[in-house]
Design a protein around this ligand. Structure first.
Ligand code: NG1
Length: 408
């Protein structure tokens, strides 16, 4: 039995809500930064995320019945309680409990005879920051349920199942977040390929640093941001279909972006897009095909410890996300500009955008300068509430979600 230090405040919350006996499991489920490959996972194109050492954490006690009770320590979240089953009615749109129900309903459909659990939950990840707190919660709940029932799982299969499951909340997401959360290996980023899902660890050079800086505006996955996100997935499909129709002279080929990129270079596809598409669709298409190419080159740079090339690709990604995909914001652009001017090798928004965080990369010897500039030029004038370390921090490559059995 592995002994582990569980957070005392989480243990107190568990005891206050659920009394004795003590929790039996501790689940740690990481957030992530996406190094590069933004808004292309739902087009089945490869991406390069990295799990970070900030987590959704659950203390869990199995139950003998089908009830799930979960209490969050995060301010304003409260507790949720429902019955496990194959058809679980959702809470109102935007309720955090829907991420819990998403995982539980999906597993109830594929696993017979599951019992529920009681859990206290907290997070060292900022919420709605584009750091995948939602998928960390979904995967964390899945591990809590499987662990409480003594079931085993395969990280890749679970990630695939939970990517579909999370659509219960209304976001038509790709599978990047669930994959990196379930399948990350410490010390590495991962190339994630889709259809079928594959997770290939790529070591991160030990002298590379990744700064995470929050724009102080939330990247809400409900309401307007969710609608924009879902609209982008439709625009990508429309652009693809128009390009394919032209390339096959009206015949329907059923090919995807990946097949197009295997036949044509990104540059050729940009030209084809210019002939076939107008307005927004032309811009969305240009981002997608050039971003896929940047991911491929960024993986080569990462494997070759070539931070200058890697950083240039990150910065180019941000420009396309800002100008073509239109998911940046004034604050995100400002953070990127400050990081660039402070000597970062590259910087870009990470995650879905429309608020949330940027990442900036720099060699270890330069990173203090980047942090200093961000601190003095962005955060000091805005004086955000709470410790600065909640908004500005370094991210190290962490391992995937895990369950620890607690000794009594
Ligand atoms: P975040 O940043 O966690 O909202 C979303 C999607 C990803 C991916 C990115 C953009 C979900 C759960 N996550 O991430 O699949 O499409 O946006 O690259 O939908």
């Amino acid at each position: 039995m592995q002994s582990v230090h569980t957070p005392p405040e989480l243990r107190s919350a568990f005891d206050a809500h659920f009394g004795t006996p003590a929790p039996a499991l501790f689940v740690l489920s990481p957030g992530r930064i996406n190094l590069i490959g933004e808004h292309i996972d739902y087009n089945n194109l490869s991406v390069l995320p990295m799990a970070i050492g900030r987590h959704v954490r659950l203390l869990v006690r199995p139950r003998a019945d089908a009830r799930v009770r979960i209490a969050s320590l995060s301010a304003g979240f409260g507790a949720r309680e429902f019955l496990l089953g194959r058809e679980i009615p959702p809470y109102p749109v935007g309720d955090w409990g829907n991420y819990v129900k998403a995982a539980v309903q999906a597993l109830a459909r594929t696993h017979d005879g599951l019992h529920g659990f009681d859990a206290a939950l907290d997070s060292t990840l900022p919420v709605a920051a584009g750091l995948s707190s939602s998928s960390a919660l979904v995967i964390g709940v899945a591990l809590a349920l499987l662990g409480a029932n003594g079931r085993t799982w395969d990280a890749v299969a679970l990630a695939e199942e939970m990517a579909k499951a999370e659509r219960y909340t209304g976001t038509q997401g790709g599978g990047m977040d669930q994959a990196i959360c379930a399948g990350a290996v410490e010390g590495t980023a991962s190339r994630v390929d889709f259809a079928p899902l594959r997770i290939t660890p790529v070591p991160v050079p030990t002298d590379w640093r990744f700064v995470v800086a929050h724009s102080l505006s939330r990247a809400e996955k409900s309401g307007g941001a969710q609608a924009t996100y879902n609209r982008r997935t439709v625009e990508c499909r429309e652009a693809l279909s128009l390009v394919e129709t032209r390339l096959t002279r009206g015949g329907s080929s059923g090919r995807g972006y990946r097949e197009l990129l295997a036949t044509y270079s990104a540059g050729e596809l940009v030209e084809i897009g210019e002939q076939v598409l107008d307005g927004d669709l032309r811009k969305r298409f240009r981002h997608v095909v050039t971003e896929a190419d940047r991911v491929r080159r960024a993986e080569v740079a990462l494997r070759g410890s070539d931070l200058a090339t890697f950083g240039t690709l990150l910065s180019a990604s941000h420009v396309r996300l800002r100008d073509d995909y239109e998911v940046s914001s004034t604050a995100l652009d400002e953070l990127v500009a400050i990081a660039d001017a402070a000597g970062a090798a590259g910087a870009r928004l990470t995650g879905a955008g429309m608020g949330g965080c940027i990442i900036a990369t720099a060699p270890a010897r330069d990173v203090e300068g980047v942090l200093d500039h961000l601190r003095t030029e962005f955060y000091v004038p805005r004086a955000p509430a709470g410790p600065l370390g909640d908004h500005l921090f370094l991210a190290d490559p962490a391992g995937g979600a895990r369950v620890v059995e607690l000794g009594q």
